[in-house]
Design a protein around this ligand. Structure first.
Ligand SMILES: *Cc1c(COP(=O)(O)O)cnc(C)c1O
Length: 390
């Protein structure tokens, strides 16, 4: 039986309230957002100081089950600082999945450190701790308690797992590896606010973690991000260097190192406070959306909807199908859907294929190479009843 992607496109539009154009992920705003932003403008405190920023940080920390959250201008900046405060140094290597958004590698490069790409699991779509261990045994030696890459002579300082599309990786074996090899765990939880691993929120497992509130993420502040940690010293240091490293003083300018102007403006945080109140409803709606896609593809051989791994409860940020690449041409499906107004996307090009990163150290990437041909993301905006937020 041949499958008609024109029909599928119509079905997808029907699922999304019959819209003529269905975006991959749109923000969902309402009255509360407008109220908060209006209040912020009226107060005059629109920039990097204000009540909403602190309120947002407090709510975020509570929601993520961590002690501290530091709000910054975007998720990439959050990752940059999350890596810096744990001590990633120039010329260090940092393990990360090859299948991730470019920001994971760029933030490592900002510190003059080097990404070291490892493979992902087809069960989680994220870093595979079993394959990482095999790789470490192949290329690693330990000297003075530090893991060294035998092939490059460089220290391997940290590992940055990423919870792809909201699905948590298998964290326990990775945590065990980090302890054994003295690697710092920094979570790229940009996509997984509201996701859980064994009942605990993602973003609370690493020494630090980064989340993103870009316009297409599960909640948005326009642009924004946050660093999460349970460590008071790291939290204070992160706050300090994201606010130009200014030493508190009632009128004088004294900065004690080269800092960053990364603080999230109050007006963005105003939006974030309203959004965070709705996140559980967004997630609920996304889980229902997954069920609808499952029904849509249930009779179609060679297409399966990716479901959360057994140990994870996912926020289902981006809906994902896996196609049988022997049966279907991925690019043809993408062209057809996009021509018909259904915004579908492939997964990122694996980072070791990009010219900036193709000389970086890497492990066997068989599963990455296999998955990149199979993954398609479908429109994922939560379907909230008309007028729900009015
Ligand atoms: C979105 C995202 C980021 C970066 O967030 P920005 O706010 O866009 O800078 C980092 N890592 C991953 C995996 C992301 O999806």
């Amino acid at each position: 039986m041949s499958i008609d992607w024109h029909e599928i496109a119509q079905d997808i539009k029907r699922i999304h309230s019959g819209k003529e154009f269905v975006a991959l992920h749109e923000p969902t705003f309402g009255k509360k957002e407008l109220e908060n932003v209006t209040e912020c403008i009226k107060s005059g405190w629109v920039s990097s100081v204000g009540e909403f920023v602190e309120k947002f940080e407090k709510k975020l920390a509570d929601y993520s089950g961590v002690k501290y959250a530091i709000a910054v201008v975007n998720g990439t900046a959050a990752l940059h600082i999350a890596l810096k405060v744990v001590g990633v140094q120039p010329n260090d290597e940092v393990f990360m999945p090859a299948l991730t958004f470019i920001a994971t590698a760029n933030s490592v490069s900002y510190l003059q450190a080097i990404p070291h790409f490892v493979d992902v699991s087809d069960q989680t779509l994220g870093l595979d701790p079993v394959k990482l261990e095999e790789h470490i045994q192949k290329i690693g030696i330990t000297k003075n308690g530090q893991l060294i890459n035998r092939l490059t002579g460089r220290i391997i300082r940290a590992v940055v797992p990423m919870h792809t599309f909201g699905h948590s990786i298998d964290l326990d074996p990775l945590i065990e590896l980090c302890e054994r090899y003295n690697l710092v765990l920094v979570e790229d939880a940009a996509e997984s606010l509201g996701s859980y691993y064994k009942g605990r929120p993602t973003g609370g497992f690493g020494r630090t973690a980064a989340i993103s509130f870009n316009g297409n993420k599960i909640i948005t502040t326009g642009g924004g991000g946050a660093i999460l940690t349970n460590d008071a010293n790291l939290a204070n240091y992160a706050k300090h260097i994201t606010t130009t490293a200014k030493v508190p003083h009632s009128w004088d300018y004294c900065h004690d190192e080269i800092g960053f102007n990364y603080r999230l403006p109050n007006i963005n945080a105003a939006l974030g406070c309203a959004q965070l109140e709705k996140i559980d409803e967004f997630i609920d709606s996304k889980r229902k959306l997954t069920y609808k896609y499952e029904q849509l593809f249930s009779n179609i051989n060679g297409v399966s909807v990716f479901k959360e791994p057994p140990l994870s409860k996912s926020n289902y940020w981006l809906q994902t199908i896996l196609i049988d690449e022997k049966k279907f041409n991925r690019d043809k499906i993408l062209s057809t859907l996009n021509e018909l107004g259904v915004m579908a996307r492939p997964i990122w090009k694996p980072l070791h294929e990009l010219k900036m990163y193709n000389a970086c150290p890497k492990a066997d990437l068989t599963v990455t190479e296999f998955l990149k041909l199979k993954i398609i993301n479908l429109p994922s905006t939560p379907i909230i009843g008309e007028g729900k937020w009015e």
